[in-house]
Design a binder for this molecule. Structure first.
Ligand code: HEC
Length: 192
């Protein structure tokens, strides 16, 4: 026979287990809500895939969604100075619509999937938010400026919760291995 003290102990353990299960469940619900909201923000409001998803004949290739400029795709030729001055051509864009050549050099939309080596997999949430708010490469205050046409200025005042939700969404994606080329300066030299 169990003594009443034992019963009470068992009861307490059951209550604790139920509470823990409840907490874990709530947390899972929380993170799936966060991911859904982040998806809504990134896809339907801020249109990150507009530049970060490569296109095939003008249509976004959803098998490579948000994986950035394809490593093997050509970069756009830079608009020659006389074209800029005489023809008003300011920027040229790769056929995938993920690489951009302009007066700043050449920029390549980066891989936002959580691949550890080529995407955001090795970034921290804090780094992501700092990059989005400060316009500094990898969120490093000493880093180079993030180049156009990444519209970070239009995103920098999004709320902390919005940023966290977008981060949760990107981290929930299937990692796609795609080593996006490094941005280049006006002389064609790679930037770090
Ligand atoms: C108009 C095109 C465009 C849109 C829209 C866009 N990006 Fe970018 N993004 C770029 C380009 C180009 C780069 C590369 C810039 C560079 O290398 O300096 C970039 C770079 C980045 C980087 C890396 C920054 C770094 O530290 O080097 C992150 C993170 C990023 N974008 C997130 C986003 C998110 C999140 C959204 C949507 C909220 C978004 N981008 C929308 C074009 C775009």
């Amino acid at each position: 026979m169990l003594t009443s003290k034992r019963w009470r102990l068992l009861g307490a353990a059951a209550v604790a287990a139920a509470a823990l299960w409840g907490l874990a469940h709530l947390k899972a619900q929380d993170s799936s809500k966060q991911i859904a909201r982040g998806k809504y923000l990134a896809e339907s409001v801020a249109a990150c895939g507009h530049c970060h998803t490569p296109r095939e004949r003008a249509e976004p290739d959803m098998t490579r969604h948000l994986s950035g400029h394809p490593a093997s795709a050509p970069a756009p030729k830079s608009a020659a100075v006389d074209l800029i001055i005489n023809e008003g051509v300011f920027i040229s864009i790769s056929p995938t619509m993920t690489a951009f050549s302009g007066p700043w050099g050449v920029s390549f939309a980066t891989n936002l999937t959580p691949d550890k080596e080529t995407g955001l997999g090795a970034w921290t949430e804090e780094q992501f938010i700092r990059a989005m708010r400060s316009g500094k490469h990898k969120g490093d205050p000493e880093g180079r400026a993030i180049l156009p046409p990444m519209p970070w200025k239009h995103y920098q005042s999004m709320s902390q919760q919005d940023m966290k939700d977008m981060w949760a969404y990107f981290q929930s994606l299937k990692p796609i291995r795609n080593a996006v080329p490094k941005a280049r300066n006006q002389l064609g030299n790679p930037l770090d």
